[in-house]
Ligand binder design. Structure first.
Ligand SMILES: Cc1cc2nc3c(=O)[nH]c(=O)nc-3n(C[C@H](O)[C@H](O)[C@H](O)COP(=O)(O)OP(=O)(O)OC[C@H]3O[C@@H](n4cnc5c(N)ncnc54)[C@H](O)[C@@H]3O)c2cc1C
Length: 432
C-alpha cells in the first residue's frame, strides 16, 4: 500500500466508488493553483492524523501541511496485545515521522496543542507557538472517564494500568504479568460501548492466556464486562475453548460483570451492589472513554463524549473549519479502529483538497478490517464496507462479514499470516 497512486487508493478503499475516482481524477489539475498557500494544521500523529497529513500532501502537493504531535515515537495499539502475550517487542510496534517529513514534505512539529481558537483559527502549543490555520484536522484519539466509578483515579494507572494507549502502559502491564505467580488471577474490566477497538479486550485475554499457558498454566483470566455480548464473540469463545480450556472466564454485565466500584488499594472490583467481589493479582481496568482531551476542551463534543461531524467530509458540526477524525469522531456504523481512522483521514483530506479547488465534496465509501490473534497461529477477522447514506456512514448490505465458525486450523493460520500483512500494510500507508 505504500506506493499507492491517488487513483489506485481511491479505487482500493472505494471513496465514492467509480463516480469518485472519476470526479477526483478530474479535480486534480484545478487544485494545484487553488490550494497554493493554504495552511492545514493536523493535530495528533496517530493512525488518523499521520494519514491525513500524508494524503493532504499527496492530493495537493502545493499545500502547506503542519503535523503537531508530542512524541517522537508512536507505539501502535495494534500489536500491543502481542507484546503482552510475549511474542512481539515494543520495537515491533514503534513508528516514527521521518518519512512524513523527508519523503512527503509534511512539516512535523514535536509539540502538544494546548488551545484551539475556532473563531480566530489559531492553535497554541505547550512550546509557546501560536499558528494560524485555514483548515484544522484533529485526530487526538481518546481520553478516559476515571470519574465513571468510585475508588480509582488516573493517578492509579501505574499500579492498575489500562494499557489502552500503547507505550509505557503496555510495558507496565507486561511487567506485572511477568511478575505474577503461577496460579494468580488476571482481572480485566472491559468498558461498555462505544469504545476504542471493540475486539481489543478479547484479543488481549487471548494473548495473556497464550503467555500463561506456556509460563503460568495454573493461572486464571477473568473478564468483567460492562456488556451482554462482544465483537466476534462466537469465534473468540470457540478459540478459547480449543486452546485454553477454562482458563478464561467471561462475566457479562447481568452476571456481575458490571463493575460499580474499585478498591484500588486491594486490587479488588466490586459489583452487584456490593455482593460480588473479584480480587486480582494483576488488575487491568479499561475505563469508559471520551474524545481526546483537546477535542473536549474545544467544545467539539458539545454535551456528549464524542464529536459530531458531517460524515460526508468529517467537518465538525459544531466548529466549521475543523475536521475531527478517528476515535474522537461520531462516524455512524464505523467502529473506533486504526483502519477506520486511516480511511476517515483520507475522506477529510480529499474533502479539504477539493474545497481548496472550489469543488464540492463527494459522497465517501470506506472500509474497516480488524484481525485478532487467539494464538500466534490462530487469527479471526471482521470486515465491512461503509457508504455515506442518508447523512451517515452506514454498512453496505452484503459487504464484509466475519471469519467462518468451525474453520480448520489451516484457515486460522492463514488469517494469522494476514494479520501481520495487515499490520505492515497499514503502518506503511500511515507512516511510510
Ligand atoms: C489493545 C488495542 C488493540 C487494537 N488493535 C487494533 C487493530 O487490530 N486494528 C485496528 O484497526 N485498530 C486497533 N486498535 C484501535 C486503534 O489503535 C485506534 O482506533 C486508532 O489508533 C485511533 O486513531 P486516532 O488517530 O483516533 O488516535 P491515536 O492513534 O491514538 O492518535 C492520537 C494521537 O494524538 C496525539 N495527541 C493527543 N492530544 C494531542 C494534543 N493536544 N496535541 C498534539 N497531539 C495530540 C497523541 O499523542 C497520539 O499520537 C486497537 C486499540 C487497542 C487499545
Amino acid at each position: 500500500m505504500t506506493n499507492f497512486s491517488r487513483r489506485n487508493f481511491l479505487k482500493t478503499v472505494g471513496i465514492g466508488g467509480a463516480a469518485t475516482v472519476t470526479g477526483f481524477g478530474c479535480a486534480a489539475p484545478g487544485r494545484a493553483t487553488n490550494a497554493n498557500g493554504a495552511h492545514v494544521v493536523v493535530v495528533g500523529g496517530g493512525s488518523g492524523g499521520a494519514t491525513a497529513a500524508k494524503y493532504l500532501k499527496r492530493f495537493s502537493p502545493e499545500m502547506d501541511v503542519t503535523l503537531i504531535e508530542p512524541t517522537a515515537t508512536y507505539y501502535t495499539c495494534y500489536g500491543s496485545n502481542w507484546v503482552l502475550g510475549g511474542h512481539a517487542q515494543m520495537d515491533d510496534i514503534a513508528q516514527n515521522y521521518d518519512a512524513l517529513q523527508s519523503r512527503h514534505g509534511v512539516n512535523v512539529v514535536q509539540d502538544s496543542v494546548t488551545e484551539i481558537d475556532p473563531a480566530r483559527r489559531t492553535v497554541k502549543t505547550a512550546g509557546g507557538d501560536t499558528m494560524t490555520y485555514d483548515r484544522l484536522i484533529l485526530s487526538p484519539g481518546i481520553d478516559f472517564r476515571y470519574d465513571a466509578i468510585p475508588g480509582i483515579t488516573a493517578a492509579d494507572s501505574e499500579r492498575i494500568p489500562h494499557a489502552w494507549k500503547a507505550g509505557d502502559q503496555t510495558t507496565i502491564l507486561r511487567r506485572q504479568l511477568e511478575a505474577m505467580p503461577d496460579g494468580g488471577v488476571f482481572v480485566m474490566v472491559a468498558p461498555g460501548n462505544p469504545f476504542r477497538c471493540p475486539p481489543g479486550p478479547y484479543e488481549r485475554a487471548s494473548m495473556v492466556a497464550h503467555y500463561f499457558k506456556q509460563e503460568k498454566p495454573r493461572s486464571k483470566i477473568i473478564i468483567l464486562d460492562n456488556k451482554e455480548n462482544f465483537s466476534k464473540q462466537g469465534l473468540f469463545m470457540e478459540g478459547w475453548e480449543q486452546h485454553y480450556g477454562d482458563m478464561i472466564e467471561w462475566v457479562p454485565s447481568s452476571r456481575g460483570g458490571q463493575v460499580e466500584e474499585i478498591d484500588a488499594a486491594n486490587l479488588t472490583t466490586i459489583s452487584d451492589g456490593g455482593f460480588t467481589e473479584f480480587k486480582a493479582d494483576v488488575l487491568n481496568y479499561i475505563p469508559p472513554q471520551t474524545a481526546g482531551a483537546i477535542a473536549m476542551q474545544t467544545g467539539l463534543a458539545g454535551d456528549g463524549f464524542w464529536c459530531p461531524v458531517d460524515q460526508m467530509t468529517f467537518e465538525s458540526s459544531i466548529h466549521p473549519g475543523i475536521y475531527v477524525i478517528g476515535d474522537s469522531s461520531v462516524a455512524g456504523a464505523m467502529p473506533k479502529s486504526g483502519h477506520s481512522a486511516n480511511n476517515q483521514a483520507k475522506v477529510a483530506a480529499a474533502a479539504i483538497s477539493r474545497e481548496m479547488a472550489g469543488l464540492e465534496p463527494l459522497a465517501p465509501s470506506t472500509a474497516n478490517t480488524c484481525y485478532s490473534l487467539i494464538t500466534p497461529d490462530h487469527a479471526i477477522s471482521v470486515a465491512a464496507v461503509y457508504a455515506y447514506t442518508d447523512g451517515a456512514m452506514a454498512g453496505v448490505e452484503g459487504s464484509g462479514g466475519v471469519s467462518p465458525a468451525g474453520a480448520p486450523a489451516s484457515v486460522r493460520q492463514m488469517e494469522a499470516i494476514y494479520t501481520k500483512g495487515w499490520y505492515d500494510g497499514i503502518t506503511g500507508d500511515i507512516w511510510g
